[in-house]
Design a protein around this ligand. Structure first.
Ligand SMILES: [Zn+2]
Length: 240
């Protein structure tokens, strides 16, 4: 067994040496995988066109000494709207960057693979990208082991006034003083967060989130994400 097949989404690629590229995939079979595409920067390279970021591909790979070598590529699907539309591109860039941080090599994670493929497909094919984006973040944080506590305060009370990342989620009025990173949370935002922790992607694609609410919810989620994962995304520094 000196070769194998993978099915995967291309997360990123970088140039190495004069002609080669290192491709990073999230694969269905092996989690995160790095493999080299030899001579893929040559214009004549047949593989180069298929090995673009965000493409969903099947590859035939040889086991190499330092890096495994991509020997063949079959394009399964592309997501042209994720490249063409700037808002979709910014969203998916953050998603893919985060996945590259949290995914582990040689660690099959079918849920993460399914979530990423489903999110990218939905974001390419449907209009309600804000809703799909929020769906992704709530679910990916849960998969990474950081589930927000949204039902009750740490003391058990259900009358919620605020949110604290360091306290793991929502807080009542009496417990607000226990945290030093309290952010207020509106009733609408709380309802939305609770719903998105349970709904399916097929439901999220149908929902529209108003702009004022998306900003509040995004702020809560990114605050929670940075506190727990300590991951700051380069792609988040870009704004339109
Ligand atoms: Zn409390």
């Amino acid at each position: 067994m000196n070769s194998y097949y993978i099915t995967g989404i291309i997360l990123s690629r970088e140039n190495i040496g004069e002609k080669d590229r290192l491709i990073v995939f999230l694969t269905r079979e092996k989690g995160k995988l790095r493999a080299v595409a030899r001579s893929s920067r040559r214009i004549s390279s047949k593989m180069a066109g298929s090995l673009e970021p965000f493409n969903f591909v099947r590859c035939w790979i040889h086991i190499g000494k330092t890096f495994d070598i991509i020997k063949g590529v079959e394009l399964i699907r592309t997501f042209p709207n994720l490249i063409r539309d700037i808002n979709r591109y910014l969203y998916v860039s953050r998603i893919v960057e985060f996945v590259q941080y949290i995914a582990q090599e040689n660690d099959e994670s079918p849920e993460l693979f399914r979530l990423l493929l489903g999110t990218m497909s939905a974001m390419n094919d449907y209009e309600n990208i804000n809703s799909i984006y929020i769906f992704f973040w709530i679910n990916v944080l849960t998969l990474a082991g950081y589930k927000m506590r949204l039902d009750r305060c740490i003391c058990g009370k259900g009358d919620i006034k605020a949110f604290s990342s360091s306290m793991g989620g929502v807080l009542c009025n009496d417990c607000v003083e226990k945290a030093n990173d309290v952010i207020s949370v509106s009733g609408c935002a709380l309802t939305l967060l609770r719903e998105y922790a349970h709904i399916k992607l097929s439901e999220a694609i149908k929902r529209e989130i108003p702009q004022y609410l998306i900003e509040e919810v995004e702020n809560i989620i990114s605050n929670f994400r940075i506190h727990h994962t300590n991951i700051r995304l380069k792609s988040e520094e870009v704004n339109v």
